[in-house]
Design a binder for this molecule. Structure first.
Ligand code: UDX
Length: 433
């Protein structure tokens, strides 16, 4: 099968590289030329487990091609659209998606299937369908919706071991093509066929549900810390109930990233268009803000209780990406945390295992109060408190001989509280009264 993937972001890159590993001849197209040049040399651009190795392997096998030109994909049969659909000015922004469809329609020369994998607002399928119909194409162009459920940090493994493969279509004759794309035997029974609208909403519902689960446990954590309970014990008590499940019950400083905040906002926007009142989804978004502020308040309370002046208040923050095992800073709670704390501190030191210094500083308009360190233990020197903002494995096994701060503010409950206290360091976690 000759497949084109449009857009070489997280989703497009992982999709293209993995599909080529199934034996398809895949061309990844991105309008950013320098990205394409890097990828052609085997540099995967993003920090994603297993991706660089698979990318280089597929390039070597000549099963994977990269281009910036739509003319180079004109002869392909299947086009998977993976361009970004951000939320800008309180609205979903679909221009990149529509532009890429327009560009495709002006070059495709044969019967083809266009797969919308970008997360697009409900109704986008019908909008694109009428756009295709208006073009009165000579060839048969079929459309479908195919949401992605890839988690950054384990996206390759998620793609290769899917729990479900959702296609939304109004054209049952395309089902054989879907099966051919996901040609492995083990995938066949995982393919779920539904209407385009259901597929569009399934994606938002999945992310909405998971984000709500996080906001729920975070709300319980705020109750827990005010009544002497421990959210880590409660998590066990809840997660062992198979009806609830033990995933997405980690209490912390809230959810971030390129999907949850944007998808919840987008779904809430759709609700307002449908004249539906605010409900659980909006509460999940508000709860996420509240949870971060609650953590900031605890840090400031410590400062006040210990009578630490502004001049003497310096913090060290570990972890800037929105979660571990990625260098993605988009909508990261860590960034918002620094923004909230900066005016209360004389200085803030920052360490992240993979994010680049200039990328981090850019988030804060190069604020001179911030210093970025390459070595984590050096970053703590001469600071009052260490703040854990992301639960990287390397943070979990702290060498306490090298930590001399008065306090650890553990925003992800990943540090051993007992060890901390044994080393005469005060421990402030989430939901641990
Ligand atoms: C998410 C979905 O999981 C994925 O299916 C979808 O396709 C894209 O969006 P991703 O954004 O990569 O994936 O990250 P995920 O692992 O889901 O975490 C999202 C956020 O929730 C992170 O900020 C993470 O720190 C936070 N989180 C997650 C918690 O605070 N607690 C948890 O228990 C789990």
């Amino acid at each position: 099968m000759k497949i084109s993937v449009i857009g070489a972001g997280y989703v497009g890159l992982v999709t293209g590289v993995c599909l080529s590993s199934f034996g398809h001849r895949v061309t990844i197209l991105d309008k950013n030329n320098s990205k394409i040049r890097s990828l052609t040399k085997g540099n995967s651009i993003i920090f994603e487990k297993d991706l660089p190795e698979l990318l280089r392997k597929q390039l070597k096998k000549k099963k994977l091609l990269l281009t910036s030109s739509y003319d180079d994909v004109a002869q392909n049969d299947v086009f998977i659209i993976c361009v970004d659909t951000p939320f800008i000015n309180k609205k979903p922004y679909k221009k990149n998606l529509i532009d890429s469809i327009e560009s495709l329609l002006s070059v495709i020369s044969d019967d083809s299937l266009i797969i919308i994998k970008s997360t697009a607002p409900i109704g986008t399928f019908r909008e694109i369908e009428s756009l295709v119909n208006k073009r009165k194409m000579k060839k048969n162009v079929s459309l479908c919706v195919h949401p992605e459920f890839l988690r950054e940090g384990s996206a390759v493994s998620d793609f290769l071991n899917p729990e479900r493969i959702v296609f939304g279509t109004s054209n049952p004759s395309d089902i054989d093509l879907f099966k051919e794309i996901y040609c492995k035997d083990s995938f066949q029974e995982k393919i779920l066929i539904m209407s385009p609208e259901s597929a569009e909403l399934t994606k938002y519902a999945a992310n909405g549900f998971l984000a709500t689960k996080i906001s729920f446990i975070n709300e319980i954590s705020r109750i827990s810390e005010r009544c002497g309970a421990d959210i880590e014990e409660i998590k066990l008590g809840l997660g062992t109930d198979s009806r609830i499940g033990d995933q997405f019950l980690n209490s912390g400083i809230g959810f971030g990233g390129s999907c949850f905040p944007k998808d919840l906002q987008s779904l809430s926007f759709k609700k307002s268009q449908l004249r539906l009142p605010d409900g659980i989804l909006e509460a999940a978004l508000d709860g996420n803000e509240l949870q971060l502020q609650n953590f900031v308040d605890k840090i400031l309370e410590f400062k006040k209780e210990n009578k630490i002046s502004f001049e003497n208040f310096s913090l060290c923050i570990w972890g800037m990406s929105f979660k571990p095992n990625t260098n993605d800073l988009r909508d990261s709670q860590s960034i918002k945390l620094v923004q909230k704390l900066i005016k209360h501190c004389k200085k803030i030191n920052i360490y992240d295992p993979v994010c680049k210094k200039n990328e981090i500083l850019k988030q804060f308009s190069n604020n001179s109060k911030l210093t970025i360190f390459n070595e984590k233990y050096k970053s703590i020197k001469n600071t009052v408190g260490l703040v854990i903002a992301t639960e990287w494995d390397e943070f979990k096994n702290l060498d306490f001989d090298l930590v001399k701060t008065k306090v650890i503010f553990d925003g992800r409950n990943c540090i051993d509280k007992i060890k901390c206290n044994k080393n005469n360091i005060q421990y402030v976690g989430i939901g641990r009264g």
